[in-house]
Design a protein around this ligand. Structure first.
Ligand code: ADP
Length: 152
């Protein structure tokens, strides 16, 4: 059983994440979308809402599970018996950042990180840009799955 996790904050999930998840799905038997909880970080969306947006976006796909975790990503992988971490790469800055994390995770464990390159047309999308559009009352709906909607 090849199990991978796709870790992130997903504050909120974007079409960039969605793209990596649907393409990554073909590589593994099960993909756990793992929402990391960091007590020091301020989020725009509460954890329950971030989880619900993702669950609803993938409700018809049994190979996908959504979980939350605290602490080291590799410890969470060991806990749920996941052998792989899936990550997306948008640009050289992502590469440098991800390289250091992937090397560290290899130092701490046997877990392999698998990278997928962003699809053309999606590389500019990030949760922080989506949050900025939302804060300024812009139309964010073209940047996120249909399940991400702000209650007014
Ligand atoms: P974090 O808060 O840990 O940075 P994010 O929620 O920003 O997590 O991203 C989680 C993963 O999704 C990362 O691997 C990131 O590179 C990837 N990702 C985010 N947006 C895109 C995108 N537009 N295209 C490809 N990968 C993306």
């Amino acid at each position: 059983m090849k199990r991978a996790i796709f870790p992130g904050s997903f504050d909120p999930i974007t079409l960039g994440h969605y793209d990596i998840i649907t393409r990554g799905l073909t590589l593994f038997d099960e993909l756990v979308i793992a929402i990391g909880i960091n007590a020091e970080k301020k989020y725009m969306f509460p954890i329950e809402e971030r989880k619900r947006f993702i669950e609803e976006a993938f409700r018809d796909i049994p190979k996908i599970r959504v979980m939350t975790y605290e602490g080291l990503t590799v410890d969470f992988c060991k806990q749920i018996d996941a052998q792989f971490i899936l990550r997306g790469l948008r640009n050289p800055a992502d590469f440098e950042f991800e390289k250091a994390i992937a090397h560290t995770n290899r130092k701490l464990s046997e877990i392999e990180t698998v990278f997928l390159l962003t699809s053309s047309g999606k590389s500019y999308i990030s949760s922080s840009i989506v949050r900025d559009v939302i804060r300024n009352n812009g139309d964010y709906t073209g940047l996120v799955p249909d399940t991400v909607r702000i209650k007014t």
